[in-house]
Ligand binder design. Structure first.
Ligand SMILES: Nc1ncnc2c1ncn2[C@@H]1O[C@H](COP(=O)(O)OP(=O)(O)O)[C@@H](O)[C@H]1O
Ligand SMILES: [Mg+2]
Length: 333
Protein backbone atom coordinates (compact mmCIF):
# COMPACT_ATOMS: atom_id res chain seq x y z
CA UNK A 1 0.00 0.00 0.00
CA UNK A 2 1.28 3.44 -0.88
CA UNK A 3 1.06 6.45 1.29
CA UNK A 4 -1.00 8.96 -0.63
CA UNK A 5 -2.10 11.64 1.77
CA UNK A 6 -0.69 14.95 0.74
CA UNK A 7 -0.50 16.88 3.96
CA UNK A 8 3.03 17.90 4.72
CA UNK A 9 4.50 16.13 7.67
CA UNK A 10 5.34 18.62 10.34
CA UNK A 11 8.66 18.82 12.06
CA UNK A 12 6.94 18.11 15.32
CA UNK A 13 9.13 16.69 18.03
CA UNK A 14 7.72 15.03 21.08
CA UNK A 15 8.77 17.39 23.77
CA UNK A 16 7.07 15.20 26.37
CA UNK A 17 5.13 17.84 28.20
CA UNK A 18 4.37 15.68 31.17
CA UNK A 19 3.60 17.95 34.05
CA UNK A 20 3.70 15.97 37.24
CA UNK A 21 2.53 17.43 40.49
CA UNK A 22 4.57 16.46 43.49
CA UNK A 23 2.77 15.12 46.50
CA UNK A 24 4.33 14.37 49.82
CA UNK A 25 4.04 10.73 50.74
CA UNK A 26 3.28 10.53 54.45
CA UNK A 27 4.77 7.10 55.07
CA UNK A 28 8.15 7.49 53.39
CA UNK A 29 8.45 11.28 53.63
CA UNK A 30 9.74 11.07 50.07
CA UNK A 31 8.32 13.27 47.41
CA UNK A 32 6.01 11.20 45.29
CA UNK A 33 5.46 12.02 41.63
CA UNK A 34 1.83 11.73 40.69
CA UNK A 35 0.37 11.63 37.20
CA UNK A 36 -0.74 15.10 36.22
CA UNK A 37 -4.30 14.16 35.31
CA UNK A 38 -5.08 12.29 38.48
CA UNK A 39 -3.32 14.82 40.68
CA UNK A 40 -4.15 14.20 44.34
CA UNK A 41 -7.43 12.41 43.81
CA UNK A 42 -6.10 8.89 43.43
CA UNK A 43 -2.81 7.17 44.01
CA UNK A 44 -3.60 4.66 46.75
CA UNK A 45 -2.41 1.14 47.16
CA UNK A 46 -3.19 -1.80 44.93
CA UNK A 47 -4.15 -4.87 46.93
CA UNK A 48 -1.57 -7.07 45.24
CA UNK A 49 -2.44 -10.09 47.43
CA UNK A 50 -5.64 -10.75 45.52
CA UNK A 51 -3.74 -11.41 42.28
CA UNK A 52 -2.87 -15.00 41.47
CA UNK A 53 -2.35 -15.42 37.75
CA UNK A 54 0.15 -13.99 35.25
CA UNK A 55 -1.59 -13.12 31.97
CA UNK A 56 1.24 -11.18 30.40
CA UNK A 57 4.91 -10.52 30.99
CA UNK A 58 7.94 -9.01 29.35
CA UNK A 59 11.06 -7.02 30.09
CA UNK A 60 8.96 -4.13 31.39
CA UNK A 61 6.91 -6.03 34.00
CA UNK A 62 3.85 -8.23 34.33
CA UNK A 63 0.08 -8.23 33.86
CA UNK A 64 -1.84 -10.20 36.50
CA UNK A 65 -5.44 -11.29 36.98
CA UNK A 66 -7.35 -12.54 40.02
CA UNK A 67 -9.73 -15.46 40.52
CA UNK A 68 -12.83 -13.26 40.47
CA UNK A 69 -11.70 -11.94 37.07
CA UNK A 70 -12.99 -8.48 37.88
CA UNK A 71 -9.74 -6.52 37.65
CA UNK A 72 -6.20 -6.84 36.28
CA UNK A 73 -2.97 -5.05 37.18
CA UNK A 74 -0.12 -3.87 34.98
CA UNK A 75 3.10 -3.77 37.01
CA UNK A 76 6.43 -2.21 35.95
CA UNK A 77 9.93 -2.93 37.26
CA UNK A 78 11.75 0.19 36.24
CA UNK A 79 11.28 3.79 37.36
CA UNK A 80 12.01 4.87 33.75
CA UNK A 81 8.98 2.87 32.61
CA UNK A 82 6.91 4.29 35.46
CA UNK A 83 6.97 7.70 33.77
CA UNK A 84 5.38 5.99 30.77
CA UNK A 85 2.87 4.24 33.01
CA UNK A 86 1.83 7.60 34.45
CA UNK A 87 1.21 8.88 30.93
CA UNK A 88 -0.73 5.70 30.17
CA UNK A 89 -2.92 6.24 33.24
CA UNK A 90 -3.62 9.85 32.26
CA UNK A 91 -4.45 9.02 28.64
CA UNK A 92 -6.69 6.07 29.52
CA UNK A 93 -8.49 8.20 32.11
CA UNK A 94 -9.21 10.87 29.49
CA UNK A 95 -10.46 8.25 27.02
CA UNK A 96 -12.56 6.53 29.70
CA UNK A 97 -14.19 9.81 30.74
CA UNK A 98 -15.05 10.83 27.20
CA UNK A 99 -16.39 7.41 26.15
CA UNK A 100 -18.49 7.40 29.35
CA UNK A 101 -19.78 10.97 28.91
CA UNK A 102 -20.22 10.82 25.12
CA UNK A 103 -21.13 7.18 24.60
CA UNK A 104 -22.26 4.84 21.89
CA UNK A 105 -23.72 1.43 22.71
CA UNK A 106 -21.33 -1.45 23.45
CA UNK A 107 -18.10 0.58 23.16
CA UNK A 108 -15.91 0.79 26.28
CA UNK A 109 -12.56 1.76 27.74
CA UNK A 110 -11.65 -0.26 30.87
CA UNK A 111 -12.29 1.72 34.05
CA UNK A 112 -9.14 2.31 36.06
CA UNK A 113 -9.37 1.57 39.76
CA UNK A 114 -6.00 2.56 41.17
CA UNK A 115 -2.61 3.97 40.30
CA UNK A 116 0.15 2.97 42.70
CA UNK A 117 3.75 4.16 42.61
CA UNK A 118 5.09 2.56 45.71
CA UNK A 119 6.86 -0.79 45.74
CA UNK A 120 4.61 -3.75 44.98
CA UNK A 121 5.78 -7.31 45.62
CA UNK A 122 4.30 -10.24 43.73
CA UNK A 123 5.70 -13.72 44.18
CA UNK A 124 8.94 -12.38 45.61
CA UNK A 125 9.45 -10.02 42.69
CA UNK A 126 9.59 -6.30 43.25
CA UNK A 127 7.78 -3.76 41.02
CA UNK A 128 7.92 0.02 41.22
CA UNK A 129 4.48 1.05 40.00
CA UNK A 130 1.20 -0.34 38.76
CA UNK A 131 -2.21 0.37 37.29
CA UNK A 132 -5.25 -1.61 38.40
CA UNK A 133 -8.18 -1.65 36.01
CA UNK A 134 -11.41 -3.40 35.12
CA UNK A 135 -10.83 -6.72 33.37
CA UNK A 136 -12.49 -7.18 30.01
CA UNK A 137 -14.43 -10.43 30.12
CA UNK A 138 -14.05 -12.99 27.34
CA UNK A 139 -16.86 -13.80 24.91
CA UNK A 140 -18.51 -16.91 26.41
CA UNK A 141 -17.85 -19.30 23.54
CA UNK A 142 -15.72 -22.42 24.13
CA UNK A 143 -13.48 -21.69 21.15
CA UNK A 144 -12.60 -18.35 22.75
CA UNK A 145 -12.43 -19.11 26.47
CA UNK A 146 -10.03 -21.95 25.65
CA UNK A 147 -7.46 -19.53 24.16
CA UNK A 148 -4.49 -18.69 26.39
CA UNK A 149 -5.53 -15.03 26.04
CA UNK A 150 -9.20 -14.61 25.05
CA UNK A 151 -9.05 -11.01 23.81
CA UNK A 152 -10.14 -10.92 20.15
CA UNK A 153 -8.32 -8.14 18.32
CA UNK A 154 -10.44 -6.55 15.57
CA UNK A 155 -8.13 -6.07 12.58
CA UNK A 156 -9.92 -4.10 9.86
CA UNK A 157 -6.77 -3.15 7.95
CA UNK A 158 -6.75 -5.30 4.84
CA UNK A 159 -4.87 -8.61 4.93
CA UNK A 160 -3.10 -7.82 8.18
CA UNK A 161 -4.85 -10.30 10.47
CA UNK A 162 -3.22 -13.67 11.00
CA UNK A 163 -6.25 -15.42 12.55
CA UNK A 164 -4.09 -16.72 15.35
CA UNK A 165 -2.85 -15.81 18.80
CA UNK A 166 0.04 -13.36 18.63
CA UNK A 167 2.67 -12.93 21.33
CA UNK A 168 4.12 -9.81 22.82
CA UNK A 169 7.02 -10.29 20.38
CA UNK A 170 4.96 -10.62 17.23
CA UNK A 171 7.49 -12.63 15.24
CA UNK A 172 8.09 -15.29 17.89
CA UNK A 173 6.06 -18.23 19.11
CA UNK A 174 3.95 -17.87 22.22
CA UNK A 175 5.72 -19.13 25.34
CA UNK A 176 6.23 -18.37 29.04
CA UNK A 177 8.49 -15.49 28.07
CA UNK A 178 6.42 -14.41 25.09
CA UNK A 179 2.83 -14.40 26.38
CA UNK A 180 -0.15 -14.05 24.07
CA UNK A 181 -1.62 -10.61 23.45
CA UNK A 182 -4.78 -12.27 22.20
CA UNK A 183 -6.21 -13.55 18.93
CA UNK A 184 -5.70 -11.29 15.90
CA UNK A 185 -8.86 -11.82 13.87
CA UNK A 186 -9.88 -10.84 10.36
CA UNK A 187 -13.44 -9.61 9.69
CA UNK A 188 -14.27 -12.94 8.07
CA UNK A 189 -13.04 -14.89 11.11
CA UNK A 190 -15.13 -12.73 13.45
CA UNK A 191 -18.16 -13.27 11.22
CA UNK A 192 -17.71 -17.06 11.04
CA UNK A 193 -16.61 -17.75 14.61
CA UNK A 194 -18.37 -15.16 16.72
CA UNK A 195 -21.29 -13.49 14.99
CA UNK A 196 -22.94 -16.74 13.87
CA UNK A 197 -22.57 -18.29 17.34
CA UNK A 198 -24.10 -15.52 19.45
CA UNK A 199 -27.81 -14.95 19.91
CA UNK A 200 -29.40 -11.67 18.83
CA UNK A 201 -29.70 -10.39 22.43
CA UNK A 202 -26.01 -11.23 22.96
CA UNK A 203 -25.03 -9.35 19.82
CA UNK A 204 -27.15 -6.36 20.81
CA UNK A 205 -26.58 -3.53 18.34
CA UNK A 206 -23.42 -5.09 16.91
CA UNK A 207 -24.89 -7.22 14.14
CA UNK A 208 -22.08 -7.11 11.59
CA UNK A 209 -18.49 -6.08 10.98
CA UNK A 210 -19.73 -2.76 9.62
CA UNK A 211 -21.19 -2.03 13.08
CA UNK A 212 -17.65 -2.53 14.43
CA UNK A 213 -16.19 -0.24 11.73
CA UNK A 214 -18.82 2.37 12.68
CA UNK A 215 -17.79 2.22 16.35
CA UNK A 216 -14.11 2.39 15.43
CA UNK A 217 -14.76 5.63 13.51
CA UNK A 218 -16.89 6.96 16.35
CA UNK A 219 -14.13 6.14 18.83
CA UNK A 220 -11.46 7.89 16.76
CA UNK A 221 -13.51 11.10 16.75
CA UNK A 222 -14.32 10.64 20.43
CA UNK A 223 -10.66 10.26 21.43
CA UNK A 224 -9.44 13.10 19.20
CA UNK A 225 -12.19 15.68 19.71
CA UNK A 226 -13.47 14.89 23.20
CA UNK A 227 -10.63 13.17 25.07
CA UNK A 228 -8.17 15.31 23.05
CA UNK A 229 -5.61 12.56 22.62
CA UNK A 230 -3.76 10.98 19.71
CA UNK A 231 -4.81 7.34 20.08
CA UNK A 232 -1.46 5.93 18.99
CA UNK A 233 -1.12 2.15 19.04
CA UNK A 234 -4.34 1.52 20.98
CA UNK A 235 -5.81 -1.96 20.60
CA UNK A 236 -9.43 -2.76 19.72
CA UNK A 237 -10.63 -6.03 21.25
CA UNK A 238 -13.93 -7.86 21.45
CA UNK A 239 -15.12 -8.95 24.87
CA UNK A 240 -18.37 -9.34 26.76
CA UNK A 241 -20.10 -6.92 29.13
CA UNK A 242 -23.64 -6.79 30.56
CA UNK A 243 -24.37 -10.10 28.76
CA UNK A 244 -23.57 -8.51 25.40
CA UNK A 245 -20.74 -8.40 22.91
CA UNK A 246 -18.49 -5.44 23.69
CA UNK A 247 -15.89 -3.50 21.74
CA UNK A 248 -13.05 -2.28 23.94
CA UNK A 249 -10.13 0.10 23.52
CA UNK A 250 -6.95 -0.95 25.32
CA UNK A 251 -3.33 0.03 25.88
CA UNK A 252 -2.88 3.81 26.02
CA UNK A 253 0.88 3.47 26.59
CA UNK A 254 1.77 5.44 23.44
CA UNK A 255 -1.19 7.84 23.38
CA UNK A 256 -0.41 11.55 23.65
CA UNK A 257 -2.29 14.74 24.45
CA UNK A 258 -3.36 16.93 21.54
CA UNK A 259 -2.62 20.63 21.72
CA UNK A 260 -5.42 22.23 19.69
CA UNK A 261 -3.49 25.49 19.50
CA UNK A 262 -1.21 23.88 16.92
CA UNK A 263 -1.92 24.42 13.21
CA UNK A 264 -4.81 22.35 11.89
CA UNK A 265 -2.76 20.51 9.27
CA UNK A 266 -0.08 19.54 11.77
CA UNK A 267 -2.73 17.90 13.94
CA UNK A 268 -4.26 16.13 10.92
CA UNK A 269 -0.83 14.83 9.91
CA UNK A 270 -0.12 13.56 13.39
CA UNK A 271 -3.45 11.73 13.58
CA UNK A 272 -2.71 10.02 10.27
CA UNK A 273 0.99 9.42 10.54
CA UNK A 274 2.24 9.99 14.09
CA UNK A 275 5.66 11.58 13.95
CA UNK A 276 5.98 10.95 10.24
CA UNK A 277 7.85 7.69 10.53
CA UNK A 278 4.97 5.41 9.57
CA UNK A 279 5.02 3.68 12.95
CA UNK A 280 1.83 4.97 14.55
CA UNK A 281 -1.29 6.83 13.40
CA UNK A 282 -4.37 5.62 11.54
CA UNK A 283 -2.28 5.02 8.43
CA UNK A 284 -0.13 2.36 10.13
CA UNK A 285 -2.15 1.12 13.11
CA UNK A 286 -3.50 -2.28 12.03
CA UNK A 287 -6.98 -1.93 13.51
CA UNK A 288 -8.25 0.99 11.38
CA UNK A 289 -9.62 0.28 7.88
CA UNK A 290 -7.93 1.81 4.85
CA UNK A 291 -9.28 4.67 2.82
CA UNK A 292 -11.57 3.30 0.07
CA UNK A 293 -11.68 -0.17 1.62
CA UNK A 294 -14.83 -2.18 2.28
CA UNK A 295 -15.20 -0.81 5.81
CA UNK A 296 -14.20 2.82 5.19
CA UNK A 297 -17.76 4.03 4.51
CA UNK A 298 -19.07 2.88 7.89
CA UNK A 299 -15.90 4.05 9.63
CA UNK A 300 -16.50 7.55 8.22
CA UNK A 301 -20.19 7.40 9.18
CA UNK A 302 -19.05 6.64 12.74
CA UNK A 303 -16.79 9.71 12.74
CA UNK A 304 -19.70 11.86 11.46
CA UNK A 305 -22.08 10.42 14.04
CA UNK A 306 -19.75 11.46 16.86
CA UNK A 307 -19.33 14.95 15.34
CA UNK A 308 -23.07 15.45 14.87
CA UNK A 309 -23.96 14.27 18.36
CA UNK A 310 -21.15 15.61 20.47
CA UNK A 311 -19.00 18.25 18.70
CA UNK A 312 -21.80 20.51 17.58
CA UNK A 313 -21.51 23.70 19.69
CA UNK A 314 -20.53 26.63 17.54
CA UNK A 315 -17.32 27.42 19.42
CA UNK A 316 -14.01 28.20 17.69
CA UNK A 317 -12.39 25.04 19.02
CA UNK A 318 -15.27 22.84 17.86
CA UNK A 319 -15.12 24.42 14.39
CA UNK A 320 -11.43 23.58 14.28
CA UNK A 321 -12.07 20.02 15.48
CA UNK A 322 -14.75 19.54 12.82
CA UNK A 323 -12.37 20.84 10.13
CA UNK A 324 -9.68 18.43 11.35
CA UNK A 325 -12.04 15.45 11.20
CA UNK A 326 -13.25 16.50 7.72
CA UNK A 327 -9.66 16.54 6.53
CA UNK A 328 -9.14 13.07 8.03
CA UNK A 329 -12.24 11.81 6.21
CA UNK A 330 -10.97 13.23 2.91
CA UNK A 331 -7.32 12.33 3.34
CA UNK A 332 -6.19 9.16 1.61
CA UNK A 333 -4.94 7.34 4.65
N1 LIG B 1 -8.22 -4.66 31.05
C1 LIG B 1 -7.89 -5.79 30.42
N2 LIG B 1 -8.72 -6.85 30.42
C2 LIG B 1 -8.40 -7.99 29.79
N3 LIG B 1 -7.25 -8.19 29.12
C3 LIG B 1 -6.36 -7.17 29.08
C4 LIG B 1 -6.63 -5.92 29.72
N4 LIG B 1 -5.58 -5.11 29.51
C5 LIG B 1 -4.70 -5.80 28.79
N5 LIG B 1 -5.16 -7.06 28.51
C6 LIG B 1 -4.50 -8.09 27.72
O1 LIG B 1 -3.11 -8.01 27.90
C7 LIG B 1 -2.47 -7.66 26.66
C8 LIG B 1 -1.31 -6.73 26.96
O2 LIG B 1 -1.80 -5.56 27.56
P1 LIG B 1 -1.34 -4.14 27.05
O3 LIG B 1 -2.04 -3.11 27.85
O4 LIG B 1 -1.48 -4.10 25.57
O5 LIG B 1 0.19 -4.19 27.48
P2 LIG B 1 1.50 -3.77 26.71
O6 LIG B 1 1.65 -2.33 27.01
O7 LIG B 1 2.51 -4.64 27.33
O8 LIG B 1 1.28 -4.04 25.24
C9 LIG B 1 -3.54 -7.03 25.80
O9 LIG B 1 -3.26 -7.18 24.42
C10 LIG B 1 -4.76 -7.82 26.23
O10 LIG B 1 -4.80 -9.05 25.53
MG1 LIG C 1 -0.23 -3.80 23.92
Amino acid sequence: MKKTHKIEISKYRNKSSKKSSKVKDKKTKKRKIMPSFISNQIGGRINIKKYTKVIGSGGYGKILSNSEQDTIVKLYYDSKDCTGLQNEYDMQEKAYQSITNYPISQLYVPRQVEYDNEELIYNGESFLCGIEMEQIKPIPLDSITSLSNPMIHIILKKDTAKNQEIGKITTEKISEINPSRGFFASPQWIEENIMVNLSDPQKGEIRSITDLAFRMGFSLCNMVCLAEIYPYDVEYCLGFKNNQLSMNILDFGMAKSINFEEPEDDIVTKIIDGNGKGVVGIYSDIYYPEYNSKYATKFIEGIKNCLENYVKDDTEINKKKIQIMKKIINAEF
